[in-house]
Design a protein around this ligand. Structure first.
Ligand code: MRU
Length: 341
């Protein structure tokens, strides 16, 4: 069961998925989005594949799980949590020795364990991240990294929420996050729920506020972090980080270790999803489409922020500082270990 994030903030609707193909479609179409949320959705996609399988043998179910995993993996390329969650289930399903029904039950309980662990991990990151936030801070936040982007609580927005719950007075400048407006639609909607004060700004305004000294911290999540600490995140993160760096404002990426991909040495090896240009072109003004008919657009959904612009990465295991090559391998075993065993 997913909140349909395409409908927010106009309406809060839930969709029920019955097959792994529907789960893959929900990820591709961004019914669900945000790196941890799509990872866990993929895990439940495998649970659906296992439950729907009519195979009488564990080997037959496993074969169907492998097919389902390939379909789910192909849904979106950048967030590594998708691969991480699928591997977390396949790694246990491959050597499974019980009956077919036991395997079905195991896949379901494993997906649920990953979902439960996600909430706990987010809250741990929230506590570490809140330590970096001072009373009275104004924080620029990019994209949506709240409860909607995870199973619950969230990553960077979870840290801001934790600081708020600790009684710190925080104010958020919410990057609207063109072209899909995750900031204006989703982050603002969440901040309303938590009664955290905010102002929405267009992405291009961030440099102005940073330059004026109005901002004390920049915080965002990540879809994938390379071994050297380069961060792939929602398009616009790089320009925001550059402006923060130039103005000596600390930049924090709040990331679960499931978003760290030790198999890519640097950000340049991270695949960047290019989405349909219509997402850029179909802005309406007074009911009319802004761009001329037949206009062309580019639409990379993510960019890479080089590690030199990142002050620290906040993980569930603690805050890690440069040089990230060393500190990340201590924060994360980088051996495919997943919570819940
Ligand atoms: O395209 P989206 O909306 O799935 O992109 C999401 C982001 O870039 C988030 O900032 C990222 O997943 C980290 S949030 C938990």
């Amino acid at each position: 069961v997913l909140i349909d994030q395409r409908r927010l903030p106009a309406s809060l609707e839930v969709v029920r998925l019955a097959t792994y193909q529907e789960a893959a479609n929900a990820i591709r179409e961004m019914v669900v989005r945000g790196a941890p949320a799509i990872g866990i959705t993929a895990a439940f996609g495998l649970a659906l594949a296992a439950v729907r399988s009519t195979s009488p043998t564990p080997a037959g179910i496993l074969a169907e799980l492998e097919v389902a995993a390939r379909t789910l993996q192909a849904a979106r390329p950048t967030a590594v949590n998708l691969r991480w969650a699928l591997n977390a289930i396949l790694a246990g399903a491959r050597p499974f020795t019980g009956s077919a029904d036991q395997l079905r039950a195991w896949v379901c309980s494993r997906a649920q364990a990953l979902a439960d662990a996600d909430v706990e991990i987010n809250k741990r990151m929230g506590v570490h991240g809140a330590d970096l936030i001072d009373d009275g801070d104004t924080i620029i936040h990019h994209c949506n990294t709240g409860a909607l982007a995870a199973v619950d609580w969230g990553t960077a927005l979870g840290a801001i929420r934790m600081a708020h719950e600790q009684g710190k007075r925080v104010r958020v400048l919410v990057d609207e996050t063109r072209p899909r407006l995750q900031g204006a639609r989703l982050t603002a909607w969440e901040l309303d729920q938590y009664s955290i004060p905010y102002d929405i700004i267009t992405d291009g305004m961030a440099g102005h506020f940073l330059q004026r000294g109005d901002v004390q911290k920049v915080m965002f999540g990540a879809d994938r972090v390379a071994k050297n600490g380069d961060v792939a995140n929602k398009i616009g993160t790089y320009m925001l980080s550059l402006a923060a760096f130039e103005n000596r404002v600390p930049v924090y990426a709040v990331v679960p270790t499931s978003s760290i991909d030790a198999s890519v040495p640097t950000g340049t090896q991270i695949p960047i999803e290019e989405r349909d240009p219509s997402e850029v072109l179909e802005i309406r003004y007074q009911g009319e489409q802004v761009a001329p008919a037949g206009a062309h657009a580019r639409n990379p959904a993510f960019d890479i922020t080089p590690n030199r612009l990142i002050t620290a990465l906040v993980t569930e295991n603690g805050i890690v500082y440069p040089p990230f090559d060393e500190s990340l391998s201590q924060a994360n075993p980088l051996d495919g270990t997943v919570p819940g065993g």
